[in-house]
Write a protein that binds this ligand. Structure first.
Ligand code: GLV
Length: 319
């Protein structure tokens, strides 16, 4: 039996699969584990199942000790984990791709509709019991039929968003290091572009790239400035891909039409300047937040941890 630390509350079915084979020390409170508590608990553990809210850095790996074999993130993004520090210590890192693709794409599509059709703003009017009246010119948004969606980072989630957007009559442009294979490009009828061209021509720009030093503030005053004045920026990837301060300024000054954000630079804090803006739709990191998806993510992370602990190749190794 190995020792496994689970850094946050995960669905019981997944936890039970771990408990059936190993000694599990799981943080089962809804609130986040404190750094000190986590450092204390990981000492002597063989595997860590981590949530994206916990930083798995060199100090934590050292606190765990040399017997640590794996860190299994319950997320597809793994920017909370210092992968080179894990590699140096022969600790394998895994993530949960695939199982959250559709749920996250749903949220991106929802944000596209909410932003372009001013749904959150409309809802606020009703809830505030403000007077309103159907009117020819009342609360008009923008139609997405026939408009261009620019997908920045055409991976599995980007492609799933593109499929949805096509059903809404949008055309697809995308950035990707190596262009899509011919079959997927044909299925999505998607045009490969450099970022600048995509920004200058898209009516909606949706971010689906991983967060890394290269994508830190990829969307900043300069790149946002390349977008159309009538365009919308959607972020369901990671908050720091967007410079929130620059975005807030652009939204205030009407440099772009709107934004839909599921992720933020300093979660759970949201930049104060965004809070008062009607043309920003703000939701609290709900991309993968369905019962089914969170269960599948936890199960996949556990499958990865169990594989490493039994000497098998984990299905979702990263780095
Ligand atoms: C969620 O944000 C994830 O990366 O899985």
């Amino acid at each position: 039996m190995a020792k496994v630390v689970v850094t946050g509350k995960i669905p019981a079915v997944a936890l039970e699969r771990l408990r059936a084979e190993h000694t599990v020390d799981a943080w089962e409170d809804e609130s986040l584990i404190s750094r000190d508590e986590l450092l204390r608990r990981v000492a002597g553990t063989d595997a860590i199942v981590s949530l994206l809210t916990e930083k798995i850095d060199a100090a934590l790996l050292d606190a765990a000790g040399k017997q640590l074999r794996s860190v299994s993130n319950v997320a597809v993004g793994y920017n909370n984990i210092d992968v080179p520090a894990c590699r140096e210590r022969n600790v394998l890192v895994t993530n949960t791709p695939g199982v959250l693709t559709e749920a996250t794409a749903d949220i991106a599509m929802a944000l596209i509709l909410m932003s372009t059709r001013r749904l959150a703003e409309g809802e606020r009017v009703i809830r505030a019991q403000q007077p309103w009246q159907w009117g020819m010119f009342y609360m008009l948004g923008s139609s997405i039929q026939g408009s261009q969606l620019g997908i920045v980072g055409m991976g599995q989630i980007g492609a799933a968003v593109a499929r949805r957007a096509r059903a809404f009559g949008m055309t697809i442009a995308y950035t990707k290091r190596s262009p899509l294979d011919a079959e997927t490009a044909k299925e999505l009828n998607a045009t490969h572009m450099e970022l600048d061209e995509l920004l200058a021509t898209s009516d909606v720009v949706s971010l689906h790239c991983p967060y890394s030093p290269e994508t830190h503030h990829l969307m900043n005053a300069s790149t946002i400035g390349k977008m159309k004045k009538s365009a919308y920026l959607i972020n369901t990837a990671r908050g720091p891909v967007v410079d929130e301060e620059a975005l807030a300024t652009a939204l205030q000054q009407g440099k772009i039409a709107g934004a839909g954000l599921d992720v933020f630079e300093k979660e759970p804090t949201v930049h104060q300047a965004l809070i008062g803006l009607d043309n920003a739709v703000l939701i609290p990191h709900l991309g993968s937040a369905t019962v089914e998806t969170r269960t599948a993510m936890a199960n996949l992370a556990v499958t990865n941890a169990l594989a490493v602990l039994s000497g098998k190749t984990a299905p979702n190794l990263v780095g």
